[in-house]
Design a protein. Structure first.
Length: 94
């Protein structure tokens, strides 16, 4: 799965060409993701502080689908990092 996410994220410049995410999604990303996927570090070639809003279609939708799978499975954020409460995960995935 991680290889699939990394390969899909090679197209990550596409993530910045649409509207920004909603405030709740941005807050989740800032709280749990940007430390490893932000301006200072882009693990897996993924930068989430400048990401476009989630969609259900096209490359942006495909990449957000992979991100959602990682969060839903509990693979992200990694267990050694600050973990979101289940309610925050549910709201992020809604």
């Amino acid at each position: 799965m991680k290889r699939t996410l990394t390969l899909a994220l090679l197209a990550s410049p596409l993530l910045t060409q649409a509207a920004p995410p909603s405030a709740p999604v941005r807050q989740f990303l800032e709280s749990y993701c940007v430390k490893c996927h932000g301006p200072d570090k882009q693990k897996g070639d993924l930068r989430l502080d400048t990401v476009a809003a989630p969609t259900r279609d096209g490359k942006i939708g495909e990449i957000w689908g992979l991100i959602a799978e990682q969060v839903d499975a509990g693979d992200m954020p990694p267990k050694k990092e600050k973990r979101p409460p289940q309610a925050a995960v549910a709201a992020f995935l809604a």
